[in-house]
Design a protein around this ligand. Structure first.
Ligand code: ATP
Length: 276
C-alpha cells in the first residue's frame, strides 16, 4: 500500500534513475507489482505519440497490467517542455495517490526529474517525500548491451519508423524528431533511391553505427547528471549495482541474477522508505 508519512504529512514517491538500457522500466514494474504502484514515465521522448520501437516504449506485455502514465499522448510535433512535464507529472502523481497507490517515476530524462524535484520554489519537496533508486551498470557492459539493442530495434522496424519522421528540410530540432535513431537516418533516406544495393547497405550500416555511438554517448551524459544529483544536489540516492545482472543477461541464471542483484536490493530500499 502507498503510505502517507504522518509526522511530515507528505506523500511518498519513488524515483527509478539510471541511464538508458539499464533496466529502469523493468525495475519500475517490479516495484509497482510489489508495492501496489503505478508508473509515471520521465523519458522526454516517450511522452510523444509514435516511434514506439525507437524510443523503446514499454509494451503491453512488458507492463504486466501495471498502469503507466505520460507514455504517448503528446503530438509528435509539439514542443513538450520541462515545465509541461512538471505539470503533467504532478497531475499523474496525485491521481495515483488518490487511488491509494504508490507513484513510481521512471525514465532517463534527468533534466526533467531535476526540474520536478528542485524547481518551482520547492513545491515538490514541500508536498512529497522522495526515495531515489539508481540502477548503475559498468559502462562498457552497458554500451555493449545498448548497441545490441539497436540491432534488435532494426529488426523490429527502426528504419521504417525513422522514415515516418524524415524531414526534407533536415530539421530535427523539435518534438519526437530529436529522438536518437531519427536524425542519424536522414542521409540514408536522401540517397537510398539513387545508389546501388551495396552502397545502400554501407550507408545504412554507417547510420546504425552512428545510432549506437549516440546512444552510448547519451548513457555517459545521463550518468554524469545522476552523479551530480548525489554530489551537488545532495539527494539521498540509493545506488544498486546491476553489473552482476548484466553479466548474466541472455544466459542461464538471468532471472535469478535479476532478483538477487537488482530487484531484491531495490525492494528492500523501498520497503525501508515506506516504513520510515
Ligand atoms: P538534455 O538536457 O541533454 O536533453 P535530458 O536529461 O533532458 O537531457 P535525456 O533523456 O538525457 O534528457 O535526453 C537527451 C536526448 O537524448 C534527447 O534530446 C533525445 O535526443 C535523446 N533521447 C532521450 N530519450 C530518448 C528515447 N527514449 N529514444 C530516443 N532518443 C532519446
Amino acid at each position: 500500500m502507498a503510505t502517507t508519512n504522518l509526522p511530515s504529512g507528505k506523500d511518498k514517491v519513488v524515483f527509478v534513475l539510471g541511464p538508458t538500457g539499464s533496466g529502469k522500466s523493468k525495475l519500475a514494474i517490479t516495484l509497482a507489482t510489489q508495492f501496489n504502484g503505478e508508473v509515471v514515465n520521465s523519458d522526454k521522448m516517450q511522452v510523444y505519440d509514435g516511434l514506439d520501437v525507437i524510443t523503446n516504449k514499454v509494451t503491453d506485455e512488458e507492463s504486466a497490467g501495471i498502469p503507466h502514465h505520460l507514455i504517448g499522448g503528446v503530438h509528435p510535433d509539439a514542443d513538450f517542455t520541462a515545465s509541461d512535464f512538471c505539470r503533467e507529472a504532478m497531475h499523474a502523481i496525485d491521481s495515483v495517490l488518490r487511488r491509494g497507490r504508490l507513484p513510481i517515476i521512471a525514465g532517463g530524462s534527468n533534466s526533467y526529474i531535476e526540474a520536478l524535484v528542485d524547481g518551482e520554489g520547492g513545491v515538490f519537496r514541500s508536498r512529497y517525500e522522495s526515495c531515489f533508486v539508481w540502477i548503475d551498470v559498468d559502462p562498457p557492459l552497458l554500451h555493449l548491451f545498448v548497441s545490441t539493442r539497436v540491432d534488435e530495434m532494426v529488426e523490429k522496424g527502426l528504419v521504417e519508423e525513422a522514415r515516418s519522421e524524415f524531414d526534407r528540410d533536415g530539421d530535427y530540432s523539435k518534438g519526437i524528431r530529436r529522438s536518437i535513431g531519427v536524425p542519424e537516418m536522414d542521409g540514408y533516406f536522401r540517397m537510398e533511391a539513387s545508389v546501388d544495393g551495396a552502397t545502400r547497405a554501407r550507408v545504412l550500416e554507417a547510420a546504425i553505427a552512428e545510432i549506437k555511438f549516440n546512444t552510448c554517448k547519451l548513457t555517459c551524459n545521463q550518468l554524469q547528471k545522476i552523479r551530480r544529483f548525489c554530489t551537488l544536489r545532495g539527494w539521498d540516492v540509493h545506488r544498486v549495482d546491476a553489473t552482476g545482472f548484466f553479466l548474466k543477461r541472455g544466459r542461464e541464471g538471468e532471472g535469478e541474477a535479476w532478483e538477487k542483484v537488482v530487484a531484491g536490493p531495490s525492494k528492500e530500499i523501498v520497503q525501508r522508505f515506506l516504513r520510515g
